[in-house]
Write a protein that binds this ligand. Structure first.
Ligand SMILES: [Zn+2]
Length: 424
């Protein structure tokens, strides 16, 4: 039986959390912009390295730019926990860093309990989880597990034209080393990622629940549509002479909403649109827009994309424009290890909920038993500055993560007076 959060626990959480508060603030968009390998993300990585080192953990960067901090010698069967330090543009404070901070504090909690792990524990920070810089989410975990072609990744570039290869070089990584890392993957026995809940399903299932356990991630993907027309003068070009790519682009925005009426359970979003050249008195010559589509079933996700693209093509034909469609990423539905989920749900008294948000844990689920814990988010807002979790709930999340780690690693000295647990 555990006591409720003590002032000391909350103080430790608030102390660690305040270290991050000033890093990567986006004064233009609000919230935080921390992108893979940029100054803000590197500052957070340094912070993590310092915190882990202070705890006596051995920190290393793998060949794909993911950070690992080891409690115990790296060896097959390790229990891995962690999350990511990057954000979407103008994102919230909790998405990613909460899982990293909670992992560090869970180590403290386990030591306070006197646990000596029978299996190694690794804390991990995965690179470019949001795809906010290079467009491909879960880049670090996909590279590590071989879920994406390394040559393709090396050629991806950010909005300033910097390639993944150049960005990797800048932080001292050898771009030739990017790619599958089977030896590293073999060390991962079980993966548990703690994350702020994105959405409000937890509250819908149990209004009193502070922590939930994930059952699945729905199928989701990103598509880039490039509509090309004829750049021209906004004042002197008669309506009949226009080939304005913004018109089919507008059709995409509207179709993304209207198509949902015939595809229950699906969501589709145009969250990013870039006209070229982008002048008030200029008819654009081309428009790029990015479509995000999600549904439990990957075939429905594909049908939604097809329906939206059909509307864009029809509008483009009428306007004298052309359309190019490029799939940037696709993640099939992920079901987390049901036995592990049930065990953790029982241990924590936490409800089991699905999510429509992607995570590195979803990438690892194809290889090792994987689970996720969600900490409640009263408003459900995420990927925006208003994202929030109460400190007391975050502390409860740390305790839940510590309970889970304790259950998973076992103790070489279970007579030490705390709740020892079996190895499996
Ligand atoms: Zn996240």
């Amino acid at each position: 039986m555990r006591l409720g959060p003590s002032p000391g626990d909350t103080g430790r959480f608030v102390g660690a959390w305040s270290d991050l508060a000033g890093v990567g603030r986006d004064h233009l968009r609000g919230g935080y912009s921390r992108h893979a390998f940029d100054d803000a993300e590197m500052q957070l990585r340094d912070w993590f390295t310092e915190q882990a080192t202070r705890r006596g953990l051995d920190v290393e960067t793998d060949r794909n730019g993911n950070l690992w901090a080891w409690w115990g010698e790296p060896a097959p069967g390790a229990v891995v926990t962690g999350s990511h330090l990057d954000s979407v543009p103008g994102g919230g404070a909790f998405d990613g860093p909460l899982g990293v901070v909670s992992a560090l504090l869970a180590v403290d909690e386990l030591r306070l309990r006197g646990l000596t792990p029978a299996r190694p524990i690794a804390l991990a920070c995965f690179a470019e989880e949001e795809g906010g810089r290079f467009g491909l989410p879960c880049l670090g975990s996909r590279l590590l597990t071989g879920a994406v072609d390394a040559d393709h990744v090396r050629r991806l570039h950010d909005a300033d034209g910097v390639s993944v290869a150049d960005a990797a070089r800048r932080i001292g990584l050898d771009p030739a080393g990017l790619g599958p890392d089977p030896a590293r993957l073999a060390t991962v026995g079980t993966m548990v990622e703690l994350h702020i809940e994105q959405g409000r399903l937890l509250r819908a299932v149990d209004p009193a629940a502070v922590v939930g356990v994930a059952s699945e991630i729905v199928a989701h993907g990103r598509w880039r549509l490039t509509v090309t027309g004829q750049g021209n003068h906004a004042g002197t070009t008669a309506p009949a002479d226009r080939a304005d790519p913004m018109i089919p682009a507008a059709a995409a925005v509207l179709a993304a909403r209207r198509v949902l009426a015939t595809h229950p359970g699906a969501v589709a979003t145009v969250g990013r649109i870039t006209p070229v050249p982008g002048g008030t008195n200029v008819i654009a010559s081309s428009v790029s827009l990015w479509l995000d589509v999600r549904h439990t079933d990957a075939t429905v996700t594909a049908a939604v994309v097809d329906a939206i693209v059909a509307d864009v093509r029809a509008e483009a034909a009428a306007e004298g424009c052309t359309v190019m469609v490029q799939r940037e990423s696709m993640s099939d539905r992920v079901t987390f290890d049901p036995g592990l989920g049930l065990e953790l749900s029982g241990r924590l008294g936490a409800p089991v909920v699905p999510t429509a948000a992607g995570h590195d844990a979803g990438v690892f689920a194809a290889h090792v038993p994987t689970a996720m814990l969600f900490v409640r988010n009263p408003s459900g807002v995420s990927h925006a500055p208003d994202e929030h979790a109460d400190a007391a709930d975050c502390v409860a999340g740390v305790r839940a993560l510590a309970d889970v780690l304790e259950t998973l690693v076992g103790d070489i000295n279970p007579a030490a007076g705390h709740l020892g647990a079996g190895d499996e």
